[in-house]
Write a protein that binds this ligand. Structure first.
Ligand SMILES: Cc1cc2nc3c(=O)[nH]c(=O)nc-3n(C[C@H](O)[C@H](O)[C@H](O)COP(=O)(O)OP(=O)(O)OC[C@H]3O[C@@H](n4cnc5c(N)ncnc54)[C@H](O)[C@@H]3O)c2cc1C
Length: 310
């Protein structure tokens, strides 16, 4: 057996590229660079594990205590918004997600089926992200599993140096100063879920120049951004999404995506809750392009060049 390891080092990560091994007639590409019959990991001190995690997390919290854009909710709209914003390396993007598992509703298609239907022209976004799809006809494409979209965008997004995802962290409230949304009030989701059984569990804060709310349609945590805006009198009403009409819904979501109050952009299904747009069921193109538009709304609010001003 012969194998050639290739090691490359960058400032952020060290990767060991797969090597090719010839075993008899078998040509193994991606042959592992260790002996599976006699495996021994390099040593580590338990305290070092703790220090690495703690130092990095706390450093991230300090770095992101004041940020350019906070995105609440890492569903398809929030991830698409983060993708678009993070193309500008000067914009620091902070994504907070109440669930341990980011991705929102985009891990499955409708009725828990696998395929994700995406209406054109949103297939251009899939191509940009590098998600393979079946080009079915002139109107829509199909990604063979919704998880392929979510895992692909997430893996590339999280590798970008100007993006940090804090999961298991909930936005409990907004910071509002002089009528402008200026950040979010945060807490560990496990704490948020136990406010009625424990007392005096104060939250933390993240100041942001712009907040993008992409908390999805109504549910246990859904639509929490617009519901809070209503409660504090910054929007009059939140009528909720109306009955299903896929055609009207997708166009409506994208066209209604906007900076709803100074400093706060709404995207994804939360837009339908705010404006009474029809529900659409499991078609996801509007989530991607609404997220993309929300990023440009945020850039406009930041005073940066954007596609809405051209
Ligand atoms: C089974 C199923 C049913 C569907 N039903 C419908 C439907 O009825 N109508 C419809 O139009 N589309 C439906 N869809 C399509 C799909 O859910 C939506 O199009 C899409 O998931 C919405 O994307 P989003 O990014 O707006 O919200 P989501 O994918 O729901 O993502 C929102 C994210 O925000 C997070 N979040 C919420 N509140 C907070 C908070 N306070 N702090 C931090 N994070 C928070 C959530 O945990 C979640 O990850 C369905 C899809 C599936 C798979």
């Amino acid at each position: 057996m012969s194998a050639t390891p290739v090691r490359s080092t960058s400032s952020t990560a060290t990767t060991i590229a797969a090597a090719t091994a010839q075993i008899g007639n078998l040509n193994l590409v991606g042959h592992p660079q260790y002996d599976l019959n006699n495996l021994k990991f390099n040593p580590i001190r338990e305290a070092d594990v703790s220090r690495e995690m703690t130092r990095r997390y706390m450093t991230d919290m300090i770095d992101h205590a004041e940020t350019d854009v906070v995105i609440i909710g890492a569903g398809s709209a929030g991830l698409s918004c983060a993708w678009e914003l993070s193309k500008n390396p000067k914009i620091q993007v902070t994504v907070i997600e109440q669930s341990v598992s980011p991705g929102g509703g985009a891990w499955l298609g409708g009725q828990l089926f696998s395929a994700m239907i995406v209406r054109k022209p949103a297939h251009h976004f899939l191509a940009e992200v590098g998600v393979p799809f079946d080009d079915c006809n002139e109107n829509y494409v199909v990604v063979k599993h919704a998880a392929l979209f979510t895992s692909t965008i997430m893996s590339k997004l999280l590798a970008r140096p100007n993006v940090k995802l804090f999961n298991a962290l909930a936005a409990e409230d907004l910071i509002v100063k002089n009528g402008r949304v200026a950040g979010v009030v945060t807490n560990w989701t496990l704490v948020t879920l136990h406010h009625d059984t424990q007392s005096c569990m104060d939250p933390n804060v993240i100041e942001a120049k712009v907040v993008v709310s992409s908390t999805g349609h109504d549910g246990p945590m859904g639509a929490s951004g617009v519901k809070r805006l209503q409660k504090i009198g910054l929007v009059k009403e939140v009528p909720g999404m109306i009955a299903l009409d896929m055609n009207a819904a997708e166009d409506g979501i994208v066209s209604h995506t906007r900076e709803v109050v100074p400093g706060m952009v709404i995207t994804g299904m939360e837009v339908a809750e705010l404006d009474g747009v029809p529900r659409m069921g499991p078609t996801f193109g509007a989530m991607m392009l609404s997220g993309q538009k929300a990023a440009h709304c945020a850039m406009k609010s930041l005073g940066l060049p954007n596609l809405l001003d051209v």
